[in-house]
Design a protein around this ligand. Sequence first.
Ligand SMILES: C[S@@+](CC[C@H](N)C(=O)[O-])C[C@H]1O[C@@H](n2cnc3c(N)ncnc32)[C@H](O)[C@@H]1O
Length: 350
Amino acid sequence: MSTGGLLCYCRAGFEPELAAELTERAALALQAGYARAERGTGYVVFACDDGAALSRALPWHDLIFARQKIELIGQLPALDPRDRVTPILGLLAGSGRFGTLLVEHPDSDDGKPLAGLARSFGNALRPALRKAGILSSRDDERAPRLHVCFIAGDHAFVGRSQPADSSPWPLGIPRLRMHADAPSRSALKLEEALLVLLDPREREQLLQPNMRAADLGAAPGGWTWVLTRHGLNVTAIDNGPLRAELLDTGRVEHLRTDGFAWVPPRALDWMVCDMVEQPRRVAERMATWMREGWCRHAIFNLKLPMKKRWQETRMCLDLFAEQAQRPLTVRARQLFHDREEITILASATR
Ligand SMILES: C[S@@+](CC[C@H](N)C(=O)[O-])C[C@H]1O[C@@H](n2cnc3c(N)ncnc32)[C@H](O)[C@@H]1O
């Protein structure tokens, strides 16, 4: 069995989608290998001979279903609970130096009970790695990160991630706190999308006070609330009621009308859309917005069907790109706060 390859985390239940994505993208990049995935585990291993080459061919930012991408150094499937440190030091001999250590577990029903072990083992492993010269004496955020991922008390994957080509958060999960004033939990989805799909410079440039936005399928108003907090003026489209406090901001106009039919009277900076509808129908409407230049930037959700979710994802993104008929920057991701859906950012490139 090859021990090289990639270990990627995902939302539990989406392993087949991540496996299909990795398989298809690796084949397109002419990289040989195969995915090993078990539903509900929260991770997928893509085994190959040259993990570093595969990792370069599959940039983390382009992956939709991977929360994190780790280049495997090896796995230790029969660790002795009395001494898990020595085999890890042995495995890492000759693997270079690391800037930080993350001891993790998959975000799954089987993985979550390993959180206590991961925490306490990290405290034991860190000084041993430093003493052996494998880990920087102080955390160095620019150097490769070392990941030890327990999938059982006696079974761990060991690998590295490159800070510029991976998620900065443990388990690939940005922990956002629900704000007491937010009208709905959905607010966290848009907050995460802005955090993950834009870099800090883009966030500053593209979200400026008094920009104009539309929110299609806005009720009860979580996404509209996020936009107003960035100082944007929002036309919120939904037949359902919006939280009254939003209207008090003076930045929100509520129109009770159909989000698939409404056309802005003049071009907007942003359009966001969280309408629960068939993904193809949403993708087509979003393409119309971009093609007609009704907005410069868009963030929208595609609610995925129960089956053939990778195929549906590909089909919708292809259809969107084709029908938009203009050069766009498109980034897609299943966010931590997404459930059976993915979130897409589309920006008109000048
Ligand atoms: C998931 S909720 C949106 C939650 C919202 N993003 C938030 O943060 O509070 C979906 C909304 O889409 C609205 N919706 C569905 N189809 C619509 C349509 N054709 N036109 C306008 N709104 C629609 C529903 O009324 C519902 O309020």
